[in-house]
Design a protein around this ligand. Structure first.
Ligand code: NAD
Length: 275
């Protein structure tokens, strides 16, 4: 089970992802968004914020994992928006093509793609990273971003957006997440390149780089010291919450961000102050 989150009342939900302070104002009215990893953590907070802004939502997630998809769907429908559940493994290109086609067929289109699903396996030394782990991390975290973007772009038109979730790690380095950090660096490079490639079609491609956020991605094997220190090294002195990211993803998806492309918004309590 997930340890209690530092700085958070112990009786709080260990996945406090509902952006309760986020109030929508119709910025995504009439739009459709597909969010990979949309049932959990940051992806779930983004899905709820987009629903509050008036978008219909498709959430993708790994079917075999314990999933909060039903609860997320209920919350999205509570906002008066449709929610399509699209379980499937995004490390498989044929699955990605099906996810995009299902979204377009069942929700009537696609305007916003959020490539957010990822995995990580903390390892102390390079000798402990097997070739299999390295490949799985790349397949899940970056190959999927290519597969999903490639399948989505024919459906996107002027004003539509792709938002990729990277991390603070490629900007700082992380000796205990070398494979994961390399995939997140690849996302930075791919985002900048794709943004230039599709700019002529007025499709925008950006990214968000979270710092430490207490979500199910963080191993429950952390010892007490690591848990109590998590996120306290940020200038703001606390880990991020999934809901802290909602505003950045809404900005990059909406017309408020119409002149922003190829950029990264760092949501990390001030951990790094330049890119
Ligand atoms: P999370 O564990 O809550 O969410 C991960 C999601 O990815 C889950 O919905 C899971 O089902 C999905 N997923 C994993 N493998 C998949 C696959 N093969 N196919 C489809 N879906 C798959 O974690 P989170 O912290 O909310 O992570 C969201 C994003 O934020 C990730 O890209 C992560 O790298 C990034 N991030 C997280 C932190 C952090 O501290 N939590 C920091 C920086 C960046």
């Amino acid at each position: 089970t997930q340890p209690a989150q530092p700085g958070i009342e112990s009786d709080m939900n260990p996945r406090p992802v509902q952006p309760e302070y986020y109030t929508g104002s119709g910025k995504l009215q009439g739009k459709t968004a597909l969010i990979t990893g949309g049932d959990s953590g940051i992806g779930r907070a983004v899905a709820l914020a987009y629903a509050k802004e008036g978008a219909d939502i498709a959430i993708n997630y790994l079917p075999e994992e314990q999933s909060d998809a039903d609860e997320t769907t209920t919350l999205i429908e509570h906002e008066g928006q449709r929610c399509l559940q699209l379980p499937g493994d995004v490390s498989d290109e044929s699955v990605c093509i099906s996810l995009i086609n299902e979204c377009v067929t069942q929700l009537g289109g696609l305007n916003i793609l959020v490539n957010n699903a990822a995995i990580q396996f903390p390892t102390a030394d390079i000798e402990q990273i097997s070739a299999e782990q390295w490949e799985k991390t790349f397949q899940t975290n970056i190959h999927s971003v290519f597969y999903m973007s490639k399948a989505a772009i024919p459906h996107l038109t002027k004003g539509d957006a792709i938002i990729n979730t990277t991390s603070v790690n490629p900007y700082t380095g992380n000796p205990e997440l070398m494979d994961y950090t390399a995939t997140k660096g690849a996302i930075v490079a791919f985002t900048r390149s794709l943004a230039q490639n599709v700019a002529e079609r007025k499709i925008r491609v950006n990214m968000v780089a979270p710092g430490p956020v207490w979500t199910p991605l963080i191993p429950s094997t952390f010892d007490e010291d690591t848990v109590s220190q998590f996120g306290t090294n940020t200038p703001l002195g606390r880990p991020g919450q999934p809901a802290d990211h909602a505003g950045a993803y809404v900005l990059l998806a909406s017309d408020d961000g119409a002149y922003i492309t190829g950029q990264c918004i760092h949501v990390n309590g001030g951990m790094i102050m330049s890119s």
